[in-house]
Design a protein around this ligand. Structure first.
Ligand code: NAD
Length: 402
């Protein structure tokens, strides 16, 4: 509990960069629209997340919280949130078993709404009990993919809003936020110079595109590996080299996975990489790089420091960052507060929407209502002190004419 003060200061710092969260709270605080709501959260426990949690409490919710990743917890934030009355089941560097036990603890608080990042809590609820759960929200691309698979098989048992579908989420958090924080995480762990390095990025979706832009801006030579022809074409027209993995695996200095797929970099690739190659993952799960094969195909493994592991394969050193888990959250502080403000404004308003409308919602994965998305965009511009023009009457009419 001696960490409470540190946690509070970080919460204050994040709050000052997430002013739209305060604006949303002020709009609703008198009505306390989340009164009576038990909210169960599984999110990366960062200073930005603490702003979402305190906002939900101010609107009347009772919150229990665990981490969306065993390595992404900040203990001072846990201490601070505990002091605010949140039931927090998390600590830095949980084992896999502790991580799943903590998810279970959140479900034992009988949440009405489950808010998740990656869908492990949703899936656990579906395997055990969904009784009493009115609905859910899901933060990230990979989690939505899993929930849509449940929906397709007719097994989704409550309505879910896919927060990542909001334009004000994926166009900013995934692209600018993860773009920057992935490189911050890599630099913090290794201190390598990015300029002149050959960086190979897997996936040119929102995350991959963001990482590519930042890497190029810092002077790296960037090559994209894709499986989607449209995304590959986009990367090409944006001026990147686009290649198959087998064409670049021998030349890359840093490999970054951003796909949401599994085994993207596998054993056959490790064996061809040059000595000193760095492997990092920005995708949600730790299965994009086949980490267990790094262990089984190397004759020596040692830690250079925490979260920086060296594997000796056929006399060449292959370096794994953050144990193959989300490098921006394990090695860095995650995405910056300015973009998390937009993501969590969507989260908070989506939680409110589900709480108020769940009875009329089918058991499906929904996008964030357009009204919420537009509201978040407008508020964000306001706090950036940016004014924009409006269509005049003639232009409005012209836009509707044929
Ligand atoms: N680290 C973070 O803070 C953070 C933030 C947001 C999203 N994410 C996660 O990052 C991942 C990517 O998210 P996104 O929003 O960019 O998704 P996206 O769907 O927009 O992009 C993924 C891209 O990867 C490509 N791809 C799939 N398999 C591939 C393969 N084997 N080789 C090469 N390319 C492949 C797809 O064609 C697609 O273009 C997801 O797991 C998501 O949950 C992480």
């Amino acid at each position: 509990m001696n960490l409470i003060d540190n946690g509070r200061k970080s919460w204050e710092w994040a709050t000052s960069h997430m002013r739209i969260m305060g604006a949303i709270v002020n709009q609703h605080v008198n009505d306390k629209p989340l009164s009576g709501l038990r909210l169960g959260l599984s999110l990366h426990i960062t200073k930005e997340t603490s702003v979402l949690v305190t906002a939900a409490i101010e609107l009347g919710a009772k919150v229990s919280l665990c981490s969306a990743n065993p390595l992404s917890v900040r203990d001072d934030i846990v201490a601070f949130l505990s002091s605010c009355g949140v039931k927090v089941y998390a600590w830095k560097d949980e084992t896999e078993r502790e991580y799943y036990d903590n998810l279970k603890q959140v479900l034992e608080n009988n949440p009405h709404i489950v808010t998740d990042d990656g869908a492990n809590l949703h899936v656990m609820a579906h395997k055990n009990k969904t009784f009493g759960i009115l609905g859910g929200t899901e933060e990230t691309t990979s989690g939505i993919t899993r929930l849509k698979a449940l929906e397709k098989e007719g097994k989704l048992r409550y309505p879910v809003i896919g927060v990542n579908e909001a334009h004000t989420k994926h166009l900013f958090d995934n692209r600018y936020g993860t773009g920057q924080s992935t490189l911050t995480g890599i630099i913090k762990l290794t201190n390598v110079l990015i300029a002149g390095k050959h960086i190979v990025i897997f996936g040119y979706g929102n995350v991959g595109r963001g990482v590519a832009t930042r890497a190029r801006g810092m002077g790296a030579i960037v090559t994209i590996v894709e499986v989607d022809p449209l995304k590959a074409l986009e990367a090409y027209m944006d001026g990147y080299g686009v290649k198959k993995i087998d064409q670049v695996v021998q030349n890359g200095d840093i490999f970054i996975t951003c796909t949401g797929q599994k085994n993207v970099i596998s054993e056959k690739h490790f064996k061809k990489m040059k000595s000193g190659a760095l492997l990092a993952n920005a995708g949600h799960f730790d299965n994009e790089i086949e980490v267990e094969k790094l262990f089984s195909s190397s004759y020596e493994h040692y830690s250079i420091k925490q979260y920086l592991d060296c594997f000796n394969i056929n006399g060449r050193r292959i370096i794994l960052l953050a144990k193959g888990r989300v490098v921006n959250l394990v090695a860095g502080e995650g995405n910056p507060p300015e973009v998390m403000a937009m993501s969590f404004a969507n989260q908070l308003l989506s939680i409110l929407h589900i709480f108020q409308h769940h009875k009329r919602m089918q058991k499906k994965v929904f996008s964030v209502p357009e009204k919420i998305d537009n509201n978040v965009a407008r508020l964000s511009l306001k706090y950036l002190h940016i004014s924009i023009d409006k269509l005049n009457a003639v232009q409005r009419k012209y836009a509707q004419s044929y």
